[in-house]
Write a protein that binds this ligand. Structure first.
Ligand code: RNT
Ligand code: ZN
Length: 414
């Protein structure tokens, strides 16, 4: 143990903070790392369609993963450099069908066997996402709210197939599987009917969620707009919160890139915690829009972490990541984003929350501000470094040497 760690521990100790307890909580808190940062949301279907649904990965950094083997190998390097407990979040478009063309409505657990092997060998859980975009039947930007019954049925069947795959993951891995539904549906211009598409979506979701499945945690993810879908989004926040509130076992996932810029997910977490026993998250970094930049250790992420920690909700809030930057080394993106989320959690775990709450409740707002500001210059880095060392991962920027090495030996030959 470094002297710096001991001194830091003492400094936090004076605020009544049990640093050892904080470290062990952090170590137990899983972060669900999204597979799609590894290949710019491409997947393995080779359908010749590009990324659709109003989301965009920009940049052309060399070395992107093109096969399951490459993606798994890249992910392996990333998790080697990330401390603590990890999960992987897959999209249906990452099915491994060994050359067989299997359409989305026909996907089966066997198309994810290799992922289960991968997860078992690393002792990590899997979360899942049906893929309602980048497909010929989603070309017009409509899926579960489609006015054409046949197309809508195709997507309902995809949703049903995915929940069964999620149940398979849960059973095989002995941990829950969060199955998150995000659809791109909406209109570029002023719609002539706003209610109709929402009623169709409601009906589609009811069909998808009808089957009772063990181990599956169902979620719906809203959004305010997408590229080419600026005027109207079928799955809005109001719609999904109402949907989840009226459907036991369905939860409202909060993606912090999916709201108006002056709204904060950190403020939404406690609102949902007042009504739901689970709050799934997609943590991302929106820059001027839902740009899905890599998560950094910055104010709103710290604020999100504070809401999780001080409300004793580390097991209620399911933390997942959702960003995809194709302009930088994709493995480094994974590592920076995940470590930043973990730093934010540690930051929150090292705060004297009861004391701060008491200052609020007794209207001591001056002292509250003073203490909050002083805490910002406490020796947080020394605790983080010790945590990384104990977890057997590099503590500082030296982790990037391994990524550079891998880039020159592996990525550069792709
Ligand atoms: C899109 C949503 C959604 C996707 C992933 C790929 O705006 O955030 O979660 O990013 O499913
Ligand atoms: Zn998301």
């Amino acid at each position: 143990m470094s002297t710096r760690f001991n001194q830091a521990k003492e400094a936090y100790g004076k605020q009544g903070i049990d640093v050892e307890a904080a470290l062990s909580k952090l170590k137990q808190t899983p972060i669900s790392i999204h597979c799609w940062q590894g290949d710019d949301v491409t997947g393995f279907e080779n359908m010749g369609v590009s990324l659709s649904g109003g989301i965009q990965a920009t940049g052309n950094y060399p070395g992107k993963a093109r096969t399951p083997e490459e993606l798994m190998s890249d992910f392996d390097l990333a998790i080697k450099l990330i401390p603590g407990k990890k999960r992987i979040s897959l999209h249906a478009s990452y099915a491994i069908t060994d050359g067989e063309k299997v359409d989305r409505d026909k996907l089966l657990p066997k198309h994810f066997e290799k992922w289960v092997e991968f997860a078992k060998a690393r002792d990590i859980g899997i979360d899942f996402n049906p893929t309602f975009f980048s497909h010929p039947l989603a070309d017009d930007g409509l899926t579960l709210s489609h006015p054409d019954d046949n197309i809508r049925e195709f997507w309902v069947n995809h949703g049903i197939a995915c929940r069964r795959i999620a149940a398979y993951f849960a059973k095989e891995l002995g941990t829950h599987c969060l199955n998150n539904v995000w659809i791109p549906d909406g209109y570029k211009d002023v719609p002539a009917d706003r209610l109709g598409p929402r009623l169709r979506l409601k009906d589609s979701l009811d069909k998808i969620f009808a089957e009772k499945l063990d181990g599956v945690i169902d979620a719906v993810e809203s959004k305010v707009f997408g590229i080419g879908v600026e005027s109207y989004t079928v799955g809005s926040s109001d719609f999904y919160i109402s949907y989840a509130a009226s459907r036991p076992g369905v939860y409202n996932l909060l993606d912090n890139g999916h709201y108006h810029p002056t709204e904060y997910v950190s403020d939404k977490i406690p609102s949902l915690l007042a009504f739901f026993d689970k709050v799934p998250l997609h943590v991302t970094r929106p820059v001027r829009w839902d740009s899905d930049h890599v998560v950094l250790f910055e104010d709103e992420v710290k604020e999100i972490a504070k809401e999780i920690v001080r409300n004793d909700a580390l097991d209620k809030v399911l933390i997942g990541l959702d960003f995809f930057d194709a302009s930088i080394n994709r493995i480094a993106a994974w590592v920076v984003g995940t470590r930043s989320m973990q730093k934010a959690l540690l930051w929150a775990l090292l705060m004297p929350h009861s004391k701060l709450k008491e200052l609020q409740d007794t209207a001591n707002f001056t002292e509250l501000m003073v203490l909050n500001e002083e805490l910002k210059t406490y020796p947080f880095g020394d605790i983080w470094n010790e945590y990384c060392t104990r977890c057997g991962v590099p503590s500082g920027e030296e982790w990037f040497d391994e990524v550079k090495q891998y880039e020159s030996t592996v990525l550069s030959s792709r």
